[in-house]
Design a protein around this ligand. Structure first.
Ligand code: KG4
Ligand code: ZN
Length: 341
Protein backbone atom coordinates (compact mmCIF):
# COMPACT_ATOMS: atom_id res chain seq x y z
CA UNK A 1 0.00 0.00 0.00
CA UNK A 2 1.23 3.48 -0.88
CA UNK A 3 1.80 5.47 2.31
CA UNK A 4 4.00 8.38 1.28
CA UNK A 5 2.13 11.55 0.41
CA UNK A 6 3.58 13.83 -2.26
CA UNK A 7 2.15 17.32 -2.49
CA UNK A 8 2.85 19.91 -5.18
CA UNK A 9 2.70 23.30 -3.47
CA UNK A 10 2.40 26.71 -5.10
CA UNK A 11 3.12 30.09 -3.50
CA UNK A 12 2.55 33.47 -5.18
CA UNK A 13 1.29 35.77 -2.42
CA UNK A 14 3.84 38.57 -2.89
CA UNK A 15 6.96 38.86 -5.04
CA UNK A 16 8.25 35.29 -5.25
CA UNK A 17 6.82 32.77 -7.69
CA UNK A 18 7.46 29.43 -6.03
CA UNK A 19 6.65 25.75 -6.40
CA UNK A 20 7.82 22.74 -4.43
CA UNK A 21 7.22 19.03 -4.07
CA UNK A 22 7.13 17.94 -0.43
CA UNK A 23 6.79 14.38 0.86
CA UNK A 24 4.92 13.70 4.10
CA UNK A 25 5.14 17.36 5.11
CA UNK A 26 8.82 17.13 6.05
CA UNK A 27 10.93 15.97 3.12
CA UNK A 28 11.56 18.58 0.45
CA UNK A 29 12.04 16.94 -2.95
CA UNK A 30 12.30 20.30 -4.72
CA UNK A 31 11.90 23.95 -3.80
CA UNK A 32 12.01 26.37 -6.74
CA UNK A 33 11.83 30.11 -6.08
CA UNK A 34 11.76 32.70 -8.84
CA UNK A 35 12.39 36.01 -7.12
CA UNK A 36 11.19 39.33 -8.51
CA UNK A 37 13.39 41.40 -6.19
CA UNK A 38 15.54 42.81 -9.01
CA UNK A 39 12.43 44.03 -10.86
CA UNK A 40 10.80 45.73 -7.84
CA UNK A 41 14.06 47.24 -6.56
CA UNK A 42 13.86 49.83 -9.35
CA UNK A 43 10.58 51.09 -7.83
CA UNK A 44 11.71 50.93 -4.17
CA UNK A 45 9.10 48.32 -3.23
CA UNK A 46 6.71 45.71 -4.60
CA UNK A 47 4.44 47.01 -7.37
CA UNK A 48 1.35 44.74 -7.18
CA UNK A 49 0.42 44.86 -10.88
CA UNK A 50 3.96 43.99 -11.94
CA UNK A 51 4.07 41.17 -9.37
CA UNK A 52 0.90 39.59 -10.81
CA UNK A 53 2.14 39.87 -14.37
CA UNK A 54 5.50 38.29 -13.50
CA UNK A 55 3.77 35.45 -11.61
CA UNK A 56 1.72 34.73 -14.73
CA UNK A 57 4.82 34.69 -16.92
CA UNK A 58 6.81 32.45 -14.55
CA UNK A 59 4.43 30.06 -12.85
CA UNK A 60 4.27 27.29 -15.46
CA UNK A 61 8.03 27.14 -15.77
CA UNK A 62 8.54 27.20 -11.98
CA UNK A 63 6.14 24.25 -11.58
CA UNK A 64 7.80 22.36 -14.42
CA UNK A 65 11.18 22.81 -12.75
CA UNK A 66 9.84 21.77 -9.34
CA UNK A 67 8.48 18.50 -10.76
CA UNK A 68 11.63 17.85 -12.78
CA UNK A 69 13.95 18.40 -9.82
CA UNK A 70 11.77 16.16 -7.65
CA UNK A 71 11.80 13.58 -10.44
CA UNK A 72 8.07 13.41 -10.04
CA UNK A 73 5.35 13.20 -12.68
CA UNK A 74 1.93 14.81 -12.33
CA UNK A 75 0.37 11.37 -11.91
CA UNK A 76 2.50 10.64 -8.81
CA UNK A 77 1.11 13.63 -6.90
CA UNK A 78 -1.42 13.11 -4.12
CA UNK A 79 -2.64 16.71 -3.94
CA UNK A 80 -2.15 20.26 -5.18
CA UNK A 81 -1.71 22.90 -2.46
CA UNK A 82 -1.73 26.64 -2.83
CA UNK A 83 -1.48 29.78 -0.70
CA UNK A 84 -4.89 31.50 -0.83
CA UNK A 85 -4.15 34.36 1.61
CA UNK A 86 -3.11 36.69 3.05
CA UNK A 87 -1.20 38.62 0.40
CA UNK A 88 -1.65 40.77 -2.69
CA UNK A 89 -4.93 39.76 -4.26
CA UNK A 90 -3.74 39.84 -7.87
CA UNK A 91 -0.63 37.87 -6.96
CA UNK A 92 -2.54 35.27 -4.94
CA UNK A 93 -5.07 34.79 -7.75
CA UNK A 94 -2.38 33.59 -10.16
CA UNK A 95 -1.39 30.73 -7.84
CA UNK A 96 -4.97 29.90 -6.89
CA UNK A 97 -6.14 29.76 -10.52
CA UNK A 98 -3.16 27.61 -11.47
CA UNK A 99 -3.73 25.19 -8.59
CA UNK A 100 -7.44 24.88 -9.35
CA UNK A 101 -6.74 24.21 -13.03
CA UNK A 102 -4.18 21.51 -12.14
CA UNK A 103 -6.41 19.88 -9.52
CA UNK A 104 -9.32 19.80 -11.96
CA UNK A 105 -7.32 18.56 -14.94
CA UNK A 106 -5.46 15.90 -12.93
CA UNK A 107 -8.44 15.01 -10.76
CA UNK A 108 -6.41 15.47 -7.57
CA UNK A 109 -7.49 17.00 -4.24
CA UNK A 110 -6.98 20.76 -3.83
CA UNK A 111 -5.69 22.23 -0.55
CA UNK A 112 -5.88 25.93 0.35
CA UNK A 113 -3.10 26.98 2.71
CA UNK A 114 -2.82 30.06 4.93
CA UNK A 115 0.48 31.78 4.10
CA UNK A 116 1.42 32.27 7.77
CA UNK A 117 0.64 28.60 8.53
CA UNK A 118 3.25 27.92 5.88
CA UNK A 119 5.82 30.09 7.65
CA UNK A 120 5.17 28.24 10.92
CA UNK A 121 5.40 24.86 9.14
CA UNK A 122 8.85 25.73 7.76
CA UNK A 123 10.02 24.63 11.22
CA UNK A 124 8.74 21.07 10.59
CA UNK A 125 11.10 20.87 7.62
CA UNK A 126 14.19 22.39 9.23
CA UNK A 127 13.73 20.64 12.59
CA UNK A 128 12.62 17.10 11.62
CA UNK A 129 11.55 16.08 15.14
CA UNK A 130 9.77 19.34 15.93
CA UNK A 131 6.14 18.88 16.95
CA UNK A 132 3.41 20.98 18.57
CA UNK A 133 2.77 22.28 21.16
CA UNK A 134 5.24 25.19 21.08
CA UNK A 135 5.35 28.96 21.29
CA UNK A 136 5.91 30.64 17.93
CA UNK A 137 7.02 34.16 17.12
CA UNK A 138 5.76 34.87 13.60
CA UNK A 139 7.48 37.88 12.06
CA UNK A 140 7.15 38.84 8.41
CA UNK A 141 6.51 41.84 6.20
CA UNK A 142 2.81 41.82 7.03
CA UNK A 143 2.59 40.01 10.39
CA UNK A 144 3.96 40.08 13.90
CA UNK A 145 2.21 37.48 16.03
CA UNK A 146 3.02 35.57 19.16
CA UNK A 147 1.05 32.34 19.17
CA UNK A 148 0.87 29.03 20.95
CA UNK A 149 0.81 26.36 18.26
CA UNK A 150 -1.35 23.82 20.07
CA UNK A 151 -1.46 21.34 17.22
CA UNK A 152 -0.62 21.31 13.52
CA UNK A 153 -2.53 24.29 12.11
CA UNK A 154 -4.18 25.12 15.45
CA UNK A 155 -2.97 28.42 16.86
CA UNK A 156 -3.91 30.37 19.93
CA UNK A 157 -2.91 33.97 19.31
CA UNK A 158 -1.44 35.65 22.40
CA UNK A 159 -0.64 38.99 20.81
CA UNK A 160 0.06 40.80 17.60
CA UNK A 161 1.22 44.13 16.31
CA UNK A 162 -1.10 47.07 16.84
CA UNK A 163 0.32 48.90 13.82
CA UNK A 164 3.32 48.09 11.61
CA UNK A 165 4.68 44.56 11.31
CA UNK A 166 8.33 44.01 12.26
CA UNK A 167 9.37 43.44 8.63
CA UNK A 168 7.44 46.53 7.56
CA UNK A 169 9.42 48.57 10.11
CA UNK A 170 12.67 47.20 8.68
CA UNK A 171 11.51 48.15 5.18
CA UNK A 172 10.38 51.67 6.14
CA UNK A 173 13.50 52.48 8.15
CA UNK A 174 15.69 51.15 5.33
CA UNK A 175 13.96 53.52 2.94
CA UNK A 176 14.35 56.45 5.39
CA UNK A 177 18.10 55.96 5.70
CA UNK A 178 18.56 55.50 1.96
CA UNK A 179 19.14 51.76 1.86
CA UNK A 180 16.13 50.97 -0.31
CA UNK A 181 14.35 47.67 -0.95
CA UNK A 182 14.42 44.95 0.31
CA UNK A 183 14.86 46.60 3.68
CA UNK A 184 15.47 43.73 6.09
CA UNK A 185 18.58 42.23 4.50
CA UNK A 186 19.99 45.72 3.78
CA UNK A 187 19.58 46.87 7.39
CA UNK A 188 21.21 43.66 8.58
CA UNK A 189 24.17 44.23 6.24
CA UNK A 190 24.58 47.90 7.19
CA UNK A 191 24.25 47.05 10.90
CA UNK A 192 27.33 44.81 10.73
CA UNK A 193 29.50 47.92 10.58
CA UNK A 194 27.51 49.86 13.18
CA UNK A 195 27.26 50.16 16.95
CA UNK A 196 23.93 48.85 18.31
CA UNK A 197 24.31 51.03 21.41
CA UNK A 198 25.14 54.24 19.50
CA UNK A 199 21.60 55.67 19.54
CA UNK A 200 18.97 54.80 22.10
CA UNK A 201 15.69 54.05 20.33
CA UNK A 202 12.58 53.09 22.37
CA UNK A 203 11.66 49.46 23.11
CA UNK A 204 7.89 49.74 22.49
CA UNK A 205 5.47 47.62 24.55
CA UNK A 206 8.24 46.09 26.65
CA UNK A 207 6.96 47.55 29.90
CA UNK A 208 3.33 46.85 29.04
CA UNK A 209 1.45 43.75 30.08
CA UNK A 210 0.24 41.37 27.40
CA UNK A 211 1.89 40.23 24.23
CA UNK A 212 1.01 42.88 21.69
CA UNK A 213 3.69 44.69 19.71
CA UNK A 214 3.94 48.15 18.18
CA UNK A 215 6.61 49.27 15.74
CA UNK A 216 5.32 52.51 14.25
CA UNK A 217 6.57 54.52 17.27
CA UNK A 218 10.03 53.05 16.84
CA UNK A 219 9.98 53.94 13.15
CA UNK A 220 8.92 57.53 14.10
CA UNK A 221 11.76 57.70 16.62
CA UNK A 222 14.21 56.88 13.84
CA UNK A 223 12.66 59.52 11.56
CA UNK A 224 12.80 62.10 14.40
CA UNK A 225 16.44 61.29 15.01
CA UNK A 226 17.23 61.77 11.31
CA UNK A 227 15.40 65.14 11.30
CA UNK A 228 17.15 66.33 14.45
CA UNK A 229 20.54 65.49 13.04
CA UNK A 230 19.71 67.35 9.86
CA UNK A 231 18.52 70.42 11.78
CA UNK A 232 21.68 70.41 13.87
CA UNK A 233 23.66 70.00 10.66
CA UNK A 234 25.21 66.86 12.09
CA UNK A 235 26.04 63.78 10.11
CA UNK A 236 24.18 60.49 10.32
CA UNK A 237 25.92 57.14 10.44
CA UNK A 238 23.78 54.79 8.37
CA UNK A 239 25.48 51.84 10.04
CA UNK A 240 24.81 53.11 13.60
CA UNK A 241 21.16 53.89 12.85
CA UNK A 242 20.70 50.45 11.25
CA UNK A 243 22.42 48.65 14.15
CA UNK A 244 20.60 50.62 16.86
CA UNK A 245 17.20 50.20 15.20
CA UNK A 246 17.78 46.48 14.61
CA UNK A 247 18.81 46.02 18.25
CA UNK A 248 15.61 47.71 19.47
CA UNK A 249 13.45 45.39 17.33
CA UNK A 250 15.41 42.30 18.38
CA UNK A 251 15.24 43.25 22.08
CA UNK A 252 11.45 43.65 21.96
CA UNK A 253 10.81 40.47 19.98
CA UNK A 254 13.09 38.36 22.15
CA UNK A 255 11.94 39.77 25.50
CA UNK A 256 8.22 39.42 24.72
CA UNK A 257 8.72 35.86 23.53
CA UNK A 258 10.62 34.95 26.71
CA UNK A 259 7.94 36.63 28.88
CA UNK A 260 5.23 34.56 27.18
CA UNK A 261 7.25 31.34 27.48
CA UNK A 262 7.66 31.92 31.20
CA UNK A 263 4.04 32.86 31.77
CA UNK A 264 2.61 29.90 29.85
CA UNK A 265 5.30 27.43 31.00
CA UNK A 266 6.32 26.59 27.44
CA UNK A 267 9.86 25.34 26.91
CA UNK A 268 9.78 25.00 23.12
CA UNK A 269 10.16 28.15 21.04
CA UNK A 270 9.99 28.56 17.27
CA UNK A 271 10.48 31.61 15.08
CA UNK A 272 8.91 31.97 11.62
CA UNK A 273 8.53 34.45 8.74
CA UNK A 274 10.89 36.60 6.70
CA UNK A 275 12.34 38.46 9.70
CA UNK A 276 13.45 35.12 11.21
CA UNK A 277 16.23 35.30 8.59
CA UNK A 278 17.72 38.18 10.59
CA UNK A 279 21.10 37.16 12.01
CA UNK A 280 20.83 39.37 15.12
CA UNK A 281 17.39 37.97 15.96
CA UNK A 282 18.56 34.38 15.44
CA UNK A 283 21.55 35.00 17.72
CA UNK A 284 19.49 36.71 20.44
CA UNK A 285 16.86 33.96 20.40
CA UNK A 286 19.53 31.28 20.56
CA UNK A 287 21.22 32.93 23.55
CA UNK A 288 17.93 33.57 25.38
CA UNK A 289 16.77 29.98 24.87
CA UNK A 290 20.13 28.46 25.82
CA UNK A 291 20.17 30.51 29.03
CA UNK A 292 16.77 29.14 30.03
CA UNK A 293 17.23 25.61 28.72
CA UNK A 294 14.46 26.00 26.12
CA UNK A 295 14.43 24.12 22.82
CA UNK A 296 14.58 26.43 19.80
CA UNK A 297 13.66 25.99 16.15
CA UNK A 298 14.35 28.57 13.46
CA UNK A 299 14.00 27.55 9.80
CA UNK A 300 17.02 27.36 7.50
CA UNK A 301 17.50 30.69 5.73
CA UNK A 302 15.96 29.59 2.42
CA UNK A 303 12.80 28.54 4.30
CA UNK A 304 12.46 31.80 6.30
CA UNK A 305 11.41 34.05 3.44
CA UNK A 306 8.61 33.15 1.04
CA UNK A 307 8.85 29.71 -0.55
CA UNK A 308 6.52 26.88 -1.52
CA UNK A 309 8.13 24.07 0.50
CA UNK A 310 6.65 25.58 3.66
CA UNK A 311 3.22 25.58 1.98
CA UNK A 312 3.64 21.90 1.11
CA UNK A 313 4.49 21.18 4.73
CA UNK A 314 1.46 23.02 6.10
CA UNK A 315 -0.74 21.32 3.49
CA UNK A 316 0.20 17.86 4.76
CA UNK A 317 -1.71 18.18 8.04
CA UNK A 318 -4.76 19.44 6.12
CA UNK A 319 -4.39 16.45 3.78
CA UNK A 320 -4.32 14.04 6.71
CA UNK A 321 -7.41 15.64 8.20
CA UNK A 322 -9.18 15.53 4.83
CA UNK A 323 -9.58 19.30 4.78
CA UNK A 324 -9.77 19.84 1.05
CA UNK A 325 -10.92 22.88 -0.88
CA UNK A 326 -13.24 22.77 -3.85
CA UNK A 327 -13.05 24.72 -7.07
CA UNK A 328 -14.74 27.72 -5.45
CA UNK A 329 -11.48 28.41 -3.57
CA UNK A 330 -10.73 32.12 -3.88
CA UNK A 331 -7.88 34.42 -2.90
CA UNK A 332 -8.46 36.12 0.47
CA UNK A 333 -5.99 39.03 0.75
CA UNK A 334 -6.69 39.76 4.45
CA UNK A 335 -7.05 36.20 5.73
CA UNK A 336 -6.42 36.21 9.49
CA UNK A 337 -4.32 33.79 11.53
CA UNK A 338 -5.92 31.66 14.22
CA UNK A 339 -9.43 31.96 12.78
CA UNK A 340 -10.55 29.47 10.20
CA UNK A 341 -12.15 31.06 7.17
O1 KG4 B 1 7.89 36.25 5.02
P1 KG4 B 1 8.31 37.22 4.01
O2 KG4 B 1 9.28 36.80 2.94
O3 KG4 B 1 7.05 37.83 3.28
C1 KG4 B 1 5.87 38.10 3.99
O4 KG4 B 1 5.12 37.15 4.26
O5 KG4 B 1 5.72 39.29 4.35
O6 KG4 B 1 8.90 38.46 4.82
C2 KG4 B 1 9.38 39.58 4.17
C3 KG4 B 1 9.87 40.53 5.24
C4 KG4 B 1 10.30 41.87 4.67
O7 KG4 B 1 9.73 42.90 5.44
C5 KG4 B 1 11.80 41.82 4.80
O8 KG4 B 1 12.38 43.10 4.97
C6 KG4 B 1 11.98 40.96 6.03
O9 KG4 B 1 10.98 39.98 5.93
N1 KG4 B 1 13.30 40.34 6.06
C7 KG4 B 1 14.23 40.62 6.98
C8 KG4 B 1 15.39 39.89 6.61
N2 KG4 B 1 15.10 39.18 5.49
C9 KG4 B 1 13.81 39.47 5.16
N3 KG4 B 1 14.19 41.43 8.04
C10 KG4 B 1 15.30 41.52 8.79
N4 KG4 B 1 16.45 40.88 8.50
C11 KG4 B 1 16.54 40.05 7.44
N5 KG4 B 1 17.68 39.41 7.16
ZN1 ZN C 1 5.76 35.40 3.90
Amino acid sequence: MKTDVKILAIESSCDETAAAVVENGRRVLSNIISSQIAIHTVYGGVVPEIASRKHLENIDEVIRRALKEADCGFEELDAIAVTYGPGLVGALLVGVAEAKALAYALDKPLIGVHHMEGHIAANYISSPDWEPPFLCLVVSGGHTHLAIVEDYGVNRILGQTKDDAAGEAFDKVARAIGLGYPGGPKIQKAAEAGNPAAIHFPRPCLEEEGYDFSFSGLKSAVLNYLNQQEMKNESVSQADVAASFQQAVVDVLTAKTMQAAKHFHIRKIAVAGGVSANAALRKAMKEACEKRGYALSIPDLVLCTDNAAMIGSAAYSLFRRGEFADLSLNAIPNLTLGVKS
